[in-house]
Every structure is written in structure tokens, then in C-alpha cells.
Design a protein around this ligand. Structure first.
Ligand code: NAP
Length: 291
């Protein structure tokens, strides 16, 4: 399929990583529909992104909707097909990070996290599959997090949704690969965005840039069809050093809460609850592949 004909839907494309993914896709000549709830942010992002597409002949449009609402998810997918005539790439990127201890978390906060980060992915994916099948193939790229495998205090709901997303994506990959639909899960470490109230300023220079994650998405789409990179971890090359963790052979970013704005003293990152979690529980990669 010629790249110029490709069409992508990027949920949560008004800011941060989603916006960078939209920009990178426009650079490849892919038409992009960005979505989110805030119309002002969407409209301004689309205006800023439009010149990127003009260079490659690709158009960017926006559509306001809440992925927690099944009807909105179907409307987003309907809008991309109606405006561009097809759908080839779904990037499930929209998510929230509500970092609160379980004891203090309200039912509304729990539901918002689950419904955005997990149910929203299901709704968008469910709506997209018939269109991807109609094209004879495509891509579904789920933006998860290293927090899916490194749970941390105040991140129970967030980490649970991202762990669930990893499982959802792996099962989905097995269901759709014979249709030529390639499902990949991308797990970034800390990224320099305003996610969950994170610091995106100079103090966050060590973090990944949103463009680093966008590069992974573009690389996944360009990857030769014979093999399928179904899971990619990406983390900062040189996170700040911690006095104790490197001695134990554990990278700072592997165990600190992500996003790292969650106030947690370094000492507690070495406490008995976190190190065994990192060391003892097998990661999905460590588990035997059965297919
Ligand atoms: N930043 C990090 O350190 C980091 C690390 C690992 C993984 N991630 C993952 O990367 C993804 C993007 O994060 P980010 O850092 O770019 O966050 P961000 O800057 O806060 O952007 C989040 C985007 O999602 C949209 N969104 C949130 N709730 C939504 C809803 N219910 N319906 C539709 N859109 C919604 C937001 O727009 P509206 O608010 O206007 O709806 C916004 O466009 C997330 O999946 C996150 O879990 C982030």
C-alpha cells in the first residue's frame, strides 16, 4: 500500500506524545485525524501541525470526543473514514494518570482511569477493526507504559490499566495478525510532557522527548511485513543516577514512579516493597512464549 494513501487516527493527539506521533506521521505523508476532549487544544494543534503535512501532501484534521463514551469512539472512527475515505492506522494513545493511594481514591477517579485507559482502547479498537479489515490490513499501536510492569505507590489504578493494556494488545495481536493487522504495544519510560501534572520544563531534560516515542511508531509502521515487533520498551538513555540503585544493577527509571512527578523520596524507592517487585516478578518478556 503506498504510504501517501495511508490514513491514521491518533487518540489524545492534541498534546504531548499523541501530537508528536501525529507530526511524525504527517512527515511520512500519512493523513491524520487527531482527537481529544478539548476543542481549543485540538484546533490549535491541528493549525500548528498543518504545515508538516503540506510538505508531504498529507492533511491533518481534528475531532472532539471522549474515548470513555462508546458512541464518541465510534464517531471518531466514522469521522476519519468519512473525511479521508479509509483507516489504516489506529494509535490508542489517550490516557489519564490519576496518582492517588487506593485508600484515598474515589470511585469516580478509579472509573475515570479504567474507562479512559482501558475501555476507551476497547471502544476505539472495536470500531476500527472492520475498517482495517476492509483495507486488507493495517496497524493498531497501543501506547502503554513501563509503569505497566513497575507498579508504584499511588499508581495502582494507572499501572493496572497499563498492565491490562499490555495483555489486551498481546491477545489482540494474535487475533488480528492473519488479517494483516499488526498490533504493537509501546511502553515508554518517563516522557517530557505535562501528563499527570508532570514537569515538562528544564528539570525534565533527562526524560524521553515525545518525538522519541513518535519515532518508534513510525519505525513500527515502516517495519518489513515478514516480522512483527509486537512490544517495544523505550526509556531514557541517561536518567539521573541514584546512589544505591546502580550498585544493585537496577536502572533509576525502571523503579521510580512514572511519570516521575509523583513525590517519592529516593530512599523509599529502595524499600522492601519496590525492589522485590522489580526483581522477583517475571516480566512478559521473561515468560515463555507459547505461540
Ligand atoms: N508522559 C509520560 O511520562 C508517559 C510515560 C509512559 C507512557 N505515557 C503514555 O503516553 C500516552 C500519552 O501521554 P502524554 O504524556 O502525551 O499525556 P498528555 O500530554 O496529558 O496528553 C494526553 C492526551 O489524551 C487526551 N485525553 C485524555 N483523556 C481523554 C479522554 N477521555 N478522551 C479523549 N482524549 C483524552 C488529552 O486531551 P484532552 O485532555 O483534551 O481530552 C491529550 O490529548 C498515555 O497513554 C500515557 O499513559 C506517558
Amino acid at each position: 500500500m503506498p504510504q501517501a494513501e495511508r490514513v491514521a487516527l491518533v487518540t489524545g493527539g492534541s498534546k504531548g506524545i499523541g501530537r508528536a506521533i501525529a507530526a511524525a506521521l504527517l512527515d511520512t505523508g500519512t493523513h491524520v485525524l487527531i482527537t481529544g476532549r478539548g476543542t481549543a487544544a485540538l484546533s490549535s494543534a491541528a493549525d500548528d501541525l498543518a504545515p508538516r503535512g503540506q510538505r508531504t501532501g498529507a492533511r491533518v484534521e481534528w475531532f472532539a470526543g471522549d474515548v470513555r463514551q462508546e458512541t464518541d469512539a465510534y464517531a471518531m472512527v466514522g469521522a476519519v473514514v468519512q473525511r479521508f475515505g479509509a483507516l489504516d492506522i489506529l494509535v490508542n494513545n489517550a490516557a489519564v494518570g490519576i496518582l492517588v493511594e487506593v485508600a484515598d481514591m474515589t470511585v469516580a477517579q478509579w472509573r475515570e482511569t479504567i474507562e479512559t485507559n482501558l475501555s476507551g482502547v476497547f471502544y476505539c479498537t472495536h470500531a476500527a477493526i472492520p475498517h482495517l479489515r476492509a483495507r486488507g490490513g493495517g496497524w493498531i499501536i497501543n501506547v502503554s507504559s513501563l509503569a505497566s510492569r513497575n507498579p508504584f505507590a499511588r499508581g495502582a489504578a494507572y499501572s493496572a490499566t497499563k498492565a491490562g493494556l499490555n495483555a489486551f494488545g498481546e491477545a489482540l495481536m494474535q487475533e488480528l495478525r492473519y488479517d494483516g493487522i499488526r498490533v504493537s504495544t509501546v511502553c515508554p519510560g518517563s516522557v517530557r510532557t505535562g501528563f499527570a501534572g508532570s514537569d515538562a520544563g528544564a528539570a525534565a531534560d533527562w526524560k524521553l522527548a515525545p518525538e522519541d516515542v513518535a519515532q518508534v511508531v513510525v519505525d513500527l509502521i515502516a517495519h518489513p511485513g515478514r516480522s512483527l515487533p509486537s512490544h517495544v520498551d523505550i526509556r531514557p538513555s541517561r536518567p539521573p543516577r541514584n546512589v544505591l540503585l546502580p550498585l544493585l544493577g537496577i536502572a533509576f527509571n525502571d523503579v521510580l514512579p512514572e511519570p516521575d512527578s509523583a513525590p517519592m523520596p529516593l530512599v523509599s524507592s529502595c524499600n522492601s516493597s519496590m525492589l522485590p517487585l522489580s526483581v522477583m516478578y517475571p516480566t512478559p518478556e521473561a515468560a515463555p512464549m507459547k505461540y
